[in-house]
Design a protein around this ligand. Sequence first.
Ligand SMILES: *Cc1c(COP(=O)(O)O)cnc(C)c1O
Length: 365
Amino acid sequence: MTIAQKLSFDVQLSDHARTAAEREQVLANPGFGQIFTDHLVSIDYTEGQGWHDARLAPYEPLTLDPATAVFHYAQELFEGLKAYRQTNGSVVTFRPYANAARFNQSAARMAMPELPEETFVESLEQLVQADREWVPTTEGHSLYLRPFMIATQVGLGVNYPSRTYKYMVIASPAASYFTGGVKPVSVWLSTEYTRAAPGGTGFAKCGGNYAAAFVAQRQAVENGCDQVVWLDAAQHAYVEEMGGMNLFFVIGGKLVTPALTGTLLPGITRDSILALADDLGLEAEERLVSVEEWADGCASGEITEVFACGTAAVVTPVGSVKGADRSWTIGDGTPGPVTMRVREELLGIQYGARTDLHGWIHKVL
Ligand SMILES: *Cc1c(COP(=O)(O)O)cnc(C)c1O
């Protein structure tokens, strides 16, 4: 239940923020998700009262009772988006209202409270403003923003969802996913494990989906592959996603992506690429894609490229596929022209080198 109210943020700036020199040292080589900025956002929720105590505060550890619900029943969800420093110096985010809407779809599935979209977007703005110096200036780098929500009620009862929650946002400078050129990944088709089944939580961005996925990702690596590709739970016949990214196929020159059946995570990058296709003069289609079509299409030359997409790595070419009984290469195994064109277009909009025809850019500073 959303309680309509305008929250105002209490702002407490850190008295132990890192020095410019310390920050520059991190920004010279940020990696991904290892080092966090000087501040965080926190908003609490209590059933009957709604959201309260919105604050921007110094980054610090949480102290929680060991019996807190999230530790036991995984009532948790998250989002992921980036702040970019554009070529003209402004700092922007990309489609933050889409993340806000998805956050609330995930919340509804997890029996958690929705957060007003305005509050979600303001929480990002508060953090980016306070930690503006942490938004990298290096080309291709960004400030990764991680909003999340946890169930905070103390007690082991399982008859009712938690009555209290905490929403937070933390931020971490991120290097370009590919250093030294875009490199295709190899993928492992998982038939032993499934990520999501109809009626489950596949469309929700919840940590539990990831907890259940690590064993298959480890199996992919044991099979010499970079990433796991998930197939549908019932038949293991249709392609769903790659790790934490959505997939696109170039079939007969057309962009094809697996349809959102409820078991796939509705990626904002995926949605953006579908919208961009028209600008790029490409046809796009959402439908089921089977493993058989993938293998046969690569053999016949009908499928020329496959790529994965998501906020973290933007667009990643897929070079080869390995399954329990067959393996194949996509095209000649190198990044294809459509993949690179889509990647360039998306990055161009995010960093301001290209015109934002869709109104996706949200200026923060
Ligand atoms: C977050 C996520 C994606 C990509 O979503 P974007 O909004 O494009 O970043 C795809 N699949 C899974 C499983 C995810 O968690």
